[in-house]
Design a protein around this ligand. Structure first.
Ligand code: PRP
Length: 186
């Protein structure tokens, strides 16, 4: 079992209130931009789900949601490698739909760049990206971001969808790991 996160929590980077306020703003913006359009949110499992659910509650126009699961070669390795596979695909045709990809974080950009390339080929009416967090300093491939919750520095963050060894996704805030106190499991 992993130890209590409080043992290695360095700081709360974004608290519950800040998160929810920003998500409400994003939801209002998306509702305005997509009014009268067939909006389909595509949530990237697993981390993106927590943000997606709250974002959906803030979007007050009719919309649908679908899910995709992606795995990078060498899953379990924290760094994304650029070799990206889709392990769970969309269940409906997106041709003519206004697709909004929803992610918890964009780091190297490889995951979303690969998803965008694949979905573009299916001729959606539009294809945009909404990410809660953007770690732009880590970018290796460019990703066009339409909606961004917060720009963050290159820190080891967790909570609200972001995991440490698959734990702590359910925390309502974004925390920073104190690397001097955190000892990864064998
Ligand atoms: C995280 C995140 C993005 C991806 C971003 O997912 O949710 O999908 O990494 O990294 P990139 O920009 O370098 O490609 P992860 O692979 O950790 O899977 P998870 O959501 O299941 O935790």
């Amino acid at each position: 079992m992993i130890e209590d996160y409080k043992n290695f929590l360095k700081e709360i980077l974004i608290d519950r209130v800040e998160l929810q306020e920003r998500i409400a703003e994003l939801g209002a913006e998306i509702s305005r931009d997509y009014a009268g359009k067939e909006l389909l949110m595509v949530s990237i499992l697993r981390g993106g789900v927590f943000f997606t659910v709250d974002l959906m509650k803030s979007v007050d126009i009719p919309h649908k949601v679908e899910f995709m699961a992606i795995s990078s070669y060498g899953a379990g390795v924290r760094e994304s490698t650029g070799d990206v596979r889709i392990t769970f695909d969309l269940q409906t045709n997106i041709r003519g739909k206004h697709v909004l990809l929803v992610e918890d974080i964009i780091d190297s950009g490889h995951t979303l760049s690969s998803v965008i390339e694949r979905l573009s080929a299916q001729h959606p009416a539009s294809l945009e990206v909404c990410t809660l967090l953007d770690k732009a300093s880590r970018r290796e491939v460019e990703v066009p971001i339409k909606y961004c919750g917060f720009d963050i520095e290159d820190k080891f963050v967790f909570g609200y969808g972001l995991d440490i060894d698959d734990y702590f996704r359910g925390l309502p805030f974004i925390g920073v790991v104190d690397l001097e106190k955190y000892v990864p499991e064998e």
